[in-house]
Design a binder for this molecule. Structure first.
Ligand code: URA
Length: 209
């Protein structure tokens, strides 16, 4: 079973509170989502392996460390996932970015794929699927399945806020995927919005309605 990690760093929690607040406007909402995403990227990379290298400082040679191991790939789920990409890239600028487009069929309520473009070396990368809201878990589970079908082997899921229902669905469908969130909220409402949540993440990021 994959683990769920809740990032309780005070800066992440503080900023998430203002992201939730309904009077926070588009510009500030966007900035806060980027900042929290960067902080979450800092936490998610904590266990990354290092390797020793020798550098020459102006004083003498020194044994130092650089990142080793797999290269990263970010996979935002369109459209709200885009809001988290720049913040993560600020810390990991060399990461490649794939995109997954899904919409929910109004009749079946199941996710339907309309776009997928991944880095060619997807199988060798550590991939972070990104979606601010893990609500029913349908889109995230489908996106993870799509990239597995394209060869992805090493996958994490990063969201701002999860509902217990979404966590359960992803864990049941993909027991090899760890989930990283800033909060697990109470429940879903009858329209599958997270309660208390933050409303519609895509609309708040892009100023639509
Ligand atoms: N998507 C959102 O943007 N918000 C929710 O609460 C649930 C799904």
């Amino acid at each position: 079973m994959g683990h769920v990690y809740v990032f309780d760093h005070p800066l992440i929690q503080h900023k998430l509170t203002y992201i939730r607040e309904k009077s926070t406007g588009t510009k500030e909402f966007r900035e806060l989502v980027e900042e929290v995403s960067a902080l979450m990227a800092y936490e998610i990379t904590r266990e990354m392996p290092l390797q020793e290298v020798t550098v020459e400082t102006p004083v003498q040679k020194a044994q130092c460390k650089v990142l080793a191991g797999k290269k990263l790939g970010l996979v935002p789920i369109l459209r709200a996932g885009l809001g988290m990409v720049d913040g993560i890239l600020r810390l990991i600028p060399a990461a490649k970015v794939g995109h997954i487009g899904l919409y929910r069929d109004p009749d079946t309520l199941e996710p339907v794929q309309y776009y997928a473009k991944m880095p060619s070396d997807i199988g060798e990368r550590e991939l972070i699927v990104i979606d601010p809201m893990l609500a029913t878990g349908g889109s995230a589970a489908e996106a993870i399945q799509m990239i597995k079908d394209m060869g992805a082997k090493n996958i994490k899921l990063m969201c701002l806020i999860a509902a217990p229902e979404g966590v359960q669905r992803v864990q049941q469908a993909h027991d090899d995927v760890d989930i990283y969130v800033a909060a697990v909220d109470e429940k879903l409402d009858e329209k599958s919005y997270i309660v208390p949540g933050l409303g519609d993440a895509g609309d708040r990021l892009f100023g639509t309605r």
